[in-house]
Write a protein that binds this ligand. Structure first.
Ligand code: ADE
Ligand code: ZN
Length: 341
């Protein structure tokens, strides 16, 4: 099963590029940029990863970004993730980035996006890994700041597939950003928003993303299971849910395997993703292993989750069909009697 999972062609739809910053790269960039880290070694930095909820994780995550200073740093960050993606047989990824976390420190928007873009182009050419980029607004900053960031991004619109909303959800409902997301939609961008797991007002936030914002996808969204009407809307619209099991295990002490199974039973297009793999110490394959080994999900359930990611990805029809065929070939080779992928 492990080699079957590792060999599957996969899509990742919920990975924060800043969340792929590994301790060894942190140290290399700190040295290069003259930034002092309050740890002696990458191992000591790893030991400081003692978060157990979303705010305590975010505090570590934002602090660590101080080492990312110039275009080359964003290139290196992205290139390392994409090499890791290749090793994991991720053939397609939609990746988030948090520009406000960098522009607030005096890093130019242009340096951030240009570094990322160069790595995307190199990965497409040299690794055969196709990617698209999603700009995330930080929901604990103001709606004005998000709108300014959107305007900063518009000259690079052709490098973006969509916009998202992340960071601390407490007292930062989707509605706060209604005007920004409406403007992004008018620019032709796709819309997604985090509805993190077990947050205050989770169900109301999911209602807002569905009815007020009318997103094209929901990041996390696990609490929809508490309200069958929300589930019905998500199913009817065929919306994807990007669930992040190991992230959930760390931030809410629940791998959410039973919730993923329930989503599949209800006909919801749930997918599996890594979120911030350098911090949660699990890339996409490790998330799938955990679901099988610790969560008891079966091979057909894993196949369905992986298939869903291609089905809800922001791809055109021929590319989607090509990836689904690739996946079906892998399934047929591994288990000729398995249900169609
Ligand atoms: N930023 C990076 N990872 C995040 C997560 N899991 N939730 C909200 N914001 C994030
Ligand atoms: Zn996330």
């Amino acid at each position: 099963m492990k080699s079957f999972i590792d060999g599957m062609p996969k899509a990742e739809l919920h990975v924060h590029l800043e969340g792929t910053l590994e301790p060894d790269l942190s140290f290399a960039l700190a040295r290069k940029n003259g930034v002092t880290l309050p740890y002696d070694s990458p191992e000591a930095l790893l030991r400081a990863y003692d978060f157990d909820d979303l705010p305590s994780f975010l505090a570590v995550y934002y602090k660590a970004m101080a080492v990312l200073r110039g275009e080359e740093d964003f290139f290196e960050l992205t290139w390392r993730y994409l090499q890791k993606a290749r090793q994991q047989n991720i053939v397609y990824a939609e990746m988030f980035f948090d520009p406000q976390a960098h522009t607030a420190r005096g890093v130019a928007f242009d340096a951030v996006i240009r570094g990322i873009r160069r790595a995307q182009e190199k990965a497409a050419a040299e690794l055969g890994v196709e990617t698209q980029l999603i700009l995330c607004f930080l929901r604990d900053l103001s709606a004005d700041s998000a709108m300014q960031t959107l305007h900063q991004a518009l000259p690079y619109k052709h490098w973006l597939i969509g916009v998202g909303l992340d960071s601390d959800e407490k007292n930062n409902p989707p509605l706060k950003f209604a005007a920004v997301f409406a403007a992004a939609r008018r620019e032709g961008l796709k819309l997604t928003m985090h509805c993190d797991v077990n947050q205050a007002n989770s169900r109301e936030h999911i209602r807002q993303v569905l009815e007020d914002i009318r997103v094209d996808r929901i990041d996390h969204g696990v609490n929809c299971l508490e309200d069958l009407a929300l589930c019905a809307t998500i199913r009817e619209r065929g919306l994807g849910l990007t669930v992040c099991p190991v992230s959930n295990r760390i931030c809410v002490q629940d791998l959410t395997a039973t919730q993923l199974r329930r989503m599949l039973e209800l006909g919801l297009r749930a997918t599996v993703n890594s979120d911030d793999p350098a911090y949660f110490r699990a890339y996409l394959n490790e998330n799938l292993h955990a679901l099988h080994e610790d969560g008891g999900l079966s091979m057909p359930e894993i196949v369905e989750l992986v298939k869903n990611a291609f089905q809800v990805a922001w791809l055109d029809a021929p590319r989607r069909a090509g990836y689904l065929e690739q996946l079906q070939r892998h399934v047929d080779q591994a288990m000729p009697t398995a249900p169609a992928a």
